[in-house]
Design a protein around this ligand. Structure first.
Ligand code: TRP
Length: 385
C-alpha cells in the first residue's frame, strides 16, 4: 500500500508470500476470466523516456479505452527489449519510472489495469528460452527489424557500435513470450509490430503442434493505427527523429515548437469536398497537415471545419492557426502535467504499484511456464513454490 493512502490492491491479487502454490492460484484467475468471457488484452511499450503525441494517439488512448471497457488489461514496459540495441549503460529504470508517472497522469489506472515492468516478470525469459526451441532461425533472420539493422551495418560497418546480437535476433521470441505468458486473446499493436505478432502466433502454433494444446493463440487488433506525422512534417513522430510534441511540454515549449512547424508553402487547392482528415490532410503541405491533424484530434469539429474553410479560401491564416493549435495542445497538456507533478504521483508510488502488479501477473505467468515445462517433458520446477 502506498504511503499516500492510494489504494493499490485489487482483491484478485495473490501475493507470492501468501503460501499459495503460485501456478495453482494463477489457474483460478485464468478460469475466472474465462467464466466471465472477459478478454485478456496485452500490450507493451519500450521505455523511451518522455511520451509524445505519437505515443498517445498511437497507443495510450487505446489502452485507456480498453481499460474502460472492463477487459483484463495487461500493459507492460518492455525494458528487456530496450536492452536489445544498447551499447552502453542507459538509465532505463528512471525512464520507466518517468513513463509510468506520465501513464498515470494520462489516466491509466494501476488498479483497473495490470501495469508492470517486463523485468519484474523474469519468468518471461524462461518462457522465451523454451519457445526458442521451436523457433526457426531463418524465420528470425527474415524479421524486418533484424534485416534493417543488418543492412545498415552492411552499408557502414562502423555505423552503430552494436554488432548484431543474439538478443536482437531473438527479439520476436521474447515478444512471443510476453504475449503467450499471460494467455493474451488480443494484442493491440501498431503496424510496425504486426510482423512480430504474426511470428508469436506462428511460434505458439508450432509449440502446440509438437507438445499439445498448451498455448492460447492470440489475435491482433489494429489500434486503428494513427501514425502521427512529426512536427517537421516528416511521416512519423518519433523520439529518434527529434520532431516530437511531448505530453509534458509546458505552454511556452508548445508555442515554440508549434511556431517552428514549417508552413512556408502556400496552400494548393484540396480538390475534394471532404472534410475527413484522412482524405484532406495528405493533400496539404506536410507541416500544415500536422497542424490540421492536431486540430482534428484536439478541437471541436466546428473549429476544425472553420479552419479548413480558411484553407480552401486561400486566406492568410497560418499565424492564427498556429496560435490556436498551440492553445489546444497546451490545454490538453496542462492537466497531464499537473497530475504528473501531483504529490501522490511519486517515484515511490510508481515503485509500489509496480511491485503490486508484478505480484498479480506472476501467478498467471508461472502457470503458463509450468505447463510448458511439463508438456516438453522436463517437468514442473521443484524449486519454485
Ligand atoms: N516490440 C514492441 C514495440 O517496440 C514492444 C513490445 C514488446 C510488445 N513485447 C510486446 C508489444 C508484446 C506488444 C506485445 O513497440
Amino acid at each position: 500500500m502506498a504511503e499516500n493512502g492510494m489504494r493499490l490492491e485489487s482483491g484478485a491479487a495473490v501475493s507470492l508470500s501468501s503460501g499459495f502454490i503460485p501456478f495453482l492460484s494463477g489457474a483460478s484467475e485464468i478460469r475466472g476470466s474465462m467464466a466471465t468471457q472477459q478478454k485478456i488484452i496485452l500490450s507493451g511499450i519500450r521505455p523511451t523516456g518522455r511520451l509524445h503525441y505519437g505515443n498517445y494517439f498511437g497507443a495510450i488512448r487505446h489502452f485507456l479505452r480498453l481499460q474502460e471497457q472492463g477487459e483484463r488489461c495487461y500493459y507492460f514496459i518492455a525494458d528487456y527489449h530496450a536492452l536489445t540495441t544498447v551499447t552502453e549503460r542507459q538509465d532505463f529504470f528512471q525512464q520507466t519510472v518517468d513513463m509510468l508517472r506520465t501513464y498515470v497522469a494520462c489516466g491509466l489506472d494501476p488498479v483497473k489495469s495490470v501495469i508492470y515492468r517486463q523485468s519484474d516478470l523474469p519468468v518471461t525469459a524462461e518462457l522465451s528460452l523454451l519457445l526458442g526451441m521451436v523457433t526457426n532461425i531463418g524465420h528470425l533472420e527474415r524479421g524486418t527489424t533484424y534485416k534493417d539493422k543488418m543492412s545498415k551495418l552492411q552499408e557502414d560497418p562502423r555505423a552503430e557500435g552494436n554488432p548484431l546480437s543474439y538478443g536482437l535476433l531473438g527479439y520476436p521470441v521474447l515478444m512471443a513470450a510476453d504475449i503467450l505468458i499471460v494467455r493474451a486473446d488480443i494484442v493491440p499493436v501498431g503496424d510496425d509490430q504486426r510482423q512480430h505478432l504474426e511470428m508469436a502466433i506462428d511460434i505458439a502454433q508450432k509449440f502446440n503442434h509438437r507438445f499439445g494444446d498448451i498455448l492460447n493463440i492470440p489475435h491482433g487488433v489494429g489500434r486503428d493505427a494513427l501514425r502521427l506525422p512529426g512536427l517537421d512534417g516528416s511521416v512519423k513522430m518519433g523520439k529518434s527523429e527529434s520532431n516530437t510534441l511531448d505530453l509534458l511540454d509546458d505552454p511556452a515549449a508548445v508555442l515554440k515548437k508549434i511556431k517552428a512547424v514549417p508552413t512556408t508553402t502556400d496552400p494548393l487547392p484540396l480538390e475534394t469536398e471532404s472534410n475527413d482528415p484522412d482524405v484532406v490532410l495528405p493533400k496539404m503541405p506536410p507541416g500544415v497537415g500536422v497542424l490540421y491533424r492536431l486540430l482534428s484530434l484536439l478541437a471541436s469539429e466546428d473549429v476544425y471545419v472553420d479552419f479548413l474553410g480558411k484553407y480552401r479560401r486561400g486566406e492568410k491564416f497560418y499565424g492564427t492557426l498556429k496560435k490556436s493549435v498551440a492553445e489546444y495542445v497546451s490545454a490538453f497538456n496542462v492537466p497531464i502535467i499537473e497530475k504528473y507533478n501531483d504529490s501522490a504521483n511519486t517515484e515511490e508510488f510508481v515503485k509500489d504499484f509496480l511491485r503490486t502488479n508484478a505480484q498479480k501477473v506472476t501467478p498467471v505467468a508461472l502457470e503458463t511456464v509450468e505447463r510448458c515445462r511439463d508438456a516438453m517433458g522436463i517437468g514442473h520446477s521443484l524449486y519454485r513454490a
